[in-house]
Design a protein around this ligand. Structure first.
Ligand code: GTP
Length: 295
């Protein structure tokens, strides 16, 4: 949810329909609610509701459609345009939505995206200011004794990897066996003598789980997961432009080697190895042998 023009359909189109950011300017306003079912992992189906943000629709969600909109919510993702000229109104609607959520889906996670961060100059300071404002505002609607809803805030933009970071975190909270997956990935990483193993969802390329961070993780780029998602998505898009399909990727560089290949029907696995004696062919063989276990 979020005000009209804040960027909801744009992010959906980038992440779930593989469209490039440049095409989002052509998107029209969403009328009422657009529902998508995304088969995410095996039996896990993500039911995504993109709620058009024009005032008339928002008023309807908060009155006649209230029980439909806020019932059985897994997570609420509320998008704020960082440059919104109507922040006061945005905050009012946000609070009303939180009230609706507390009434019908008190267990739901709440994620707030301060979006279009590419438009601001001082990204860090602006984000911290907005985050504080949103968190303070979220607590205002509470009646005495009511527990505060935990709000997770991300700064995002469709023009960089920040969107993938936010959405990977959101989706991660919805995966029931994420911890088990991470454990298995750590065992697999060890079997491959890999520095790190990352599991991505096939269509969105969002990060589902990773192996335990390597001992020297501090030396690695903190944004490496979301940057990989963004790069692979862009590469997949380039492939489709020349009518080729993306299948797998193999890199052998002096510093490291990497293999990205299909793990299961719905996932891709990335293995990063810093040991020059490990052949990528061996990594591919290991993936093939691990497939059944991860399916
Ligand atoms: P409704 O459907 O009316 O609720 O609007 P919406 O929230 O779905 O907005 P939409 O996705 O249609 O985006 C509106 C405009 O914002 C489009 O022109 C997008 O190109 C632009 N936009 C979306 N995300 C970003 C972003 O991260 N940065 C910038 N600069 N523009 C963006």
């Amino acid at each position: 949810m979020g005000a009209s023009g804040s960027g909801k359909t744009s992010m959906r189109s980038l992440i779930f329909s593989n469209n490039p950011a440049s095409l989002t300017a052509r998107l029209g306003a969403t009328i009422d609610v657009e529902q998508n079912h995304v088969r995410f992992l095996g039996d896990l189906i993500l039911n995504l509701w993109d709620c058009g943000g024009q005032d008339a629709f928002m008023d309807s969600y908060l009155t006649t459609q209230r029980s439909t909109i806020f019932q059985h919510v897994g997570v609420l993702i509320y998008v704020f345009d960082v440059e919104s000229a109507e922040m006061h109104k945005d905050l009012e609607y946000f609070r009303d939505c939180l009230d609706g959520l507390r009434a019908f889906s008190p267990e739901a996670g709440v994620f707030l995206l301060v979006h279009k961060m590419d438009l601001v100059r001082d990204r860090g300071a602006t984000f911290e200011r907005k985050k504080k404002e949103l968190q303070e505002h979220g607590d205002k609607g509470l009646v005495p004794g009511q527990p505060a809803t935990s709000l997770t805030v991300f700064g995002t933009s469709i023009y960089d990897e920040s969107l993938y970071r936010a959405w990977s975190s959101i989706v991660h909270t919805l995966i029931p066996n994420a911890a088990v997956l991470s454990k298995h990935l750590s065992i697999f990483a060890e079997a491959c003598s890999a520095t790190e193993v990352v599991l991505f969802e096939r269509t969105t390329f969002l990060v589902i789980a990773t192996s335990a961070p390597p001992p020297a993780a501090a030396a690695l780029e903190a944004t490496r997961y979301e940057r990989t998602s963004e790069l692979i998505k862009a590469f997949k898009h380039s492939c489709s432009r020349v009518r080729e399909e993306f299948h797998a990727l193999e890199m052998e560089l002096p510093e490291f080697s990497a293999v990205l290949d299909e793990m299961t029907k719905n996932t891709y696995v990335l293995i990063i190895v810093h040991d020059p004696t490990i052949e990528t062919a061996a990594l591919k063989l290991n993936i093939r042998m691990a497939r059944r276990k991860f399916e």
